[in-house]
Design a protein around this ligand. Structure first.
Ligand code: ADP
Length: 266
């Protein structure tokens, strides 16, 4: 159910193989990979790939949203992470997914006390990653949309030592992703929901959009139908024009959100 991303999928398949066949690595005198960094813009399928990796490798999936763990810098975050690592080491074959790993960055503008605490936390995670590497059946998978902000302590041999790029989709990939989401909605509804759509015309206005944007557009167009039916109108199947209208609205909202995010409205 992941559209496009052929290169990334191939690399993930290699990791599945490594996790499932540690003996083969031993036979050839090599170490299986310890940790991998998935990097690319938001909403491009990094979490989807990490989950697919766990599923294919029949491994337990631990999802650590780094942002949640590090909000309480003092004391607790360290304990929470120690607990997570202890559980991971006890679980047999598993994937430790460290989402938004760039949030562990050492903040130069922060007060000295805070910087020292975050440095200790990063060093301790680095050491834990070393341990994980030695175990053979645990793979750390980190994700980021700001690879330049990831602490270099974590990206080195024995820790996170493989990189997988997860870029924005090209137009044929967007077509595939859109079709996945159209089919999924129809599968849930158990009936056809879309008319004969002109996918080229629909995708023409989706420059720089991610898989998450396309999924959201499909949701929004269907929500529109729900509202119409709720208001007593009997809506027909989704048309190309319905999709184009929602894409225009979505683009405008996204532009405003991005302006707010980058402070241009302040
Ligand atoms: P990331 O981790 O890169 O921010 P996610 O993997 O969480 O992005 O993707 C968010 C949602 O966007 C997914 O749940 C899925 O619905 C949709 N999506 C993103 N990329 C793809 C893709 N390549 N194929 C199908 N759906 C996708």
């Amino acid at each position: 159910d992941i559209g496009g991303l052929e290169r990334a999928k191939q690399q993930i398949a290699g990791l599945v193989f490594a996790l499932k066949s540690p003996d083969l690595h031993k036979k050839w005198g090599t170490q299986p990979p310890n940790g991998v960094l998935l990097y690319g813009p938001p909403g491009t399928g990094k979490s989807l790939l990490a989950k697919a990796l766990a599923r294919e490798a029949e491994a337990i999936f631990f999802h650590v949203r780094v942002t949640n763990v590090v909000t309480k810098w003092y004391g607790e975050s360290w304990e929470v992470l120690q607990e997570v690592f202890a559980q991971v080491k006890d679980s047999g074959r598993c994937i430790l997914f460290l989402d938004e790993i760039d949030d562990l960055v050492f903040d130069r503008a922060a007060p000295e006390e805070l910087r020292a605490a975050s440095r200790r936390l990063i060093n301790s995670i680095g050491e834990q990653l070393d341990d994980i590497g030695r175990s053979g059946d645990i793979l750390a998978v980190a994700s980021t949309n700001r690879p330049d902000a990831v602490d270099p302590t974590l990206i080195r041999p024995g820790r996170i030592d493989r990189l997988i790029e997860v870029p924005l989709p090209e137009s044929d990939e967007k077509r595939e992703i859109l079709q996945i989401h159209l089919r999924r909605a129809e599968a849930i509804a158990g009936r056809p929901l879309f008319g004969d759509l002109d996918l080229d015309a629909i995708l023409a206005r989706t420059v720089k959009m991610s898989g998450a944007d396309l999924a959201e557009i499909v949701q929004k167009v269907l929500e529109g139908k729900v509202q119409q039916e709720g208001a007593g109108i009997q809506p027909g199947p989704v048309t190309t024009e319905d999709m184009q209208r929602i894409i225009e609205e979505y683009r405008k909202t996204k532009e405003v959100i991005e302006k707010i995010r980058y402070g241009q409205y302040l």
